[in-house]
Unconditional design. Structure first.
Length: 450
């Protein structure tokens, strides 16, 4: 039978934060507003259209490359900006930017490919420069940097730093808005009519390979409106050398756990490790569906001052994730459709998984407290729908011990191929669990846990 863990709920204190809730409610976009679009969707509009209308699951090879890229971004972030904010997220006028690092300038990190000299970037990788320029426009900075970290060329990896000037950020923001409106109009019409030719056709386009797009390659191309606003591109060999010295040697293997939630639902994690993770199911929503409550709350958080939403580097090498932070403290956002409005007194009983994950995230960065943002979809108005809580942790050794205990039991179960030694997943996970036929959760006692 599963091993019982020590109690941890009496080590935390939950407090309402009505002031933060009211501030977020004031920032909420109106109900029915279009969903915010990421900057990356505005680099190539036609592929972005198809990614929403007819998404293609990544091949195992592509999924592995994406996973490796995320891992490298996490490990290399502190090296490219040791005194800056990492994974800065902000939303402006319905467009979300996720900037790899922000110091006095925005920094975009690219990994994997061999770097090219700055003089060749316009022709070789214009899409990287467009993305960088849009980030500079969102944060209104006149200089931005592109950092490329490629395969090792001797004792250290290949590092190239290109610095670019953006004198006319107003023109950049106007082009961002124009691309946003064009993509939204195409999604609303359900057709990519009028969107420029796909730059990836014939170059490994996943939608062409899957036969899900109707692109012919004869669509009209358009000159970039962003690249002409660029000032000089400069190689920064001095910065490249500093970064190379900080990296010293490239990261090796991937960490054993992908996410903090892997330590919440041990039996589910067991089957993901042993049988492989299934493709994520696409949400059944119209491509032009308005923002839901979760997205509206996220946009409210990201519409504040630059740097308010960023990531804190984890002190643990066991988890691939960094820790999202809001005003310097770990946070998670969840939405519930429960009939009763959540409250401070019943959070531990009703949603212990939220508090446990916050505990793990907090000890990973050494934070004494964290924030939980809850959306209640059945609320009569936004003031009732949005709640904010401060979660104060007790001695960090409690969650550190729990982390080690859960990781140890998961490792032993994987080694011994003994999933029933792990506690079953909660009942609410069963309806969508891809392992339900073989996991044995339905037959185990104690299924009422959340």
């Amino acid at each position: 039978m599963p091993t019982r863990e020590p109690e941890w709920g009496d080590q935390i204190e939950v407090r309402d934060d009505p002031a933060l809730a009211a501030e977020l409610v004031a920032r909420l976009p109106p109900a029915g507003s279009p969903r915010a679009l990421p900057v990356t969707d505005l680099v190539a509009l036609r592929p972005s259209f198809w990614s929403r209308v007819a998404p293609v699951p990544p091949t195992p090879e592509r999924a592995e490359r994406l996973e490796r890229g995320r891992f490298l971004h996490r490990r290399l972030g502190p090296a490219i900006a040791p005194h800056g904010a990492l994974e800065v997220r902000l939303c402006r006028a319905g467009v979300v930017g996720r900037i790899d690092a922000l110091t006095d300038v925005p920094i975009e990190l690219k990994t994997g490919a061999t770097s090219v000299p700055s003089s060749e970037l316009l022709g070789a990788r214009p899409e990287q420069l467009e993305q960088l320029v849009m980030y500079a426009g969102l944060v209104d900075r006149g200089v931005a940097r592109l950092v490329s970290v490629g395969p090792s060329t001797g004792p250290a990896p290949d590092v190239q730093v290109t610095e670019v000037e953006i004198p006319d950020r107003a023109a950049v923001r106007a082009e961002i808005a124009r691309r946003r409106d064009r993509l939204r109009a195409a999604l609303h019409a359900g057709a990519p009519t009028g969107l420029p030719r796909c730059p990836w056709r014939g170059r490994g386009c996943e939608f062409q390979a899957a036969g899900t797009c109707d692109c012919s390659g004869e669509e009209a191309s358009e000159p970039s409106a962003l690249l002409p606003v660029l000032g000089p591109l400069r190689d920064r060999a001095d910065l490249a050398e500093e970064i190379r010295d900080r990296i010293r040697s490239p990261p090796e293997g991937l960490p054993p756990w992908h996410r903090f939630r892997d330590l919440l639902y041990l039996r589910r994690t067991y089957f993901e490790r042993v049988q492989g993770s299934p493709p994520e199911a696409a949400r059944a929503r119209r491509p032009d569906a308005p923002a839901d409550l979760y997205e509206r709350v996220r946009e409210a958080m990201e519409s504040g001052p630059i740097g308010e939403v960023a990531s804190l580097p984890s002190r643990s090498d066991e988890v691939e994730e960094d820790v999202p932070a809001f005003r310097g403290l770990p946070w998670i956002e969840r939405v519930t459709r429960g009939w009763e409005r959540p409250d401070r007194a019943t959070l531990l009983e009703r949603y212990p998984q939220y508090l446990l994950e916050l505990g793990f995230r907090s000890i990973a960065v050494g934070a004494p407290s964290a924030r939980l943002l809850l959306g209640w979809e059945r609320g009569r108005d936004d003031a009732e729908r949005v709640q904010a809580f401060e979660v104060r942790l007790g001695p960090p050794t409690t969650f550190a011990r729990l982390w080690r205990e859960r990781a140890r039991r998961l490792e032993h179960a994987i080694r011994d191929r003994a999933p029933t030694e792990l506690e079953p997943c909660p009942e609410w996970m069963a309806a969508t669990c891809p392992y339900a036929a073989t996991c044995g959760c339905a037959d185990d006692a104690g299924r009422s846990q959340r």
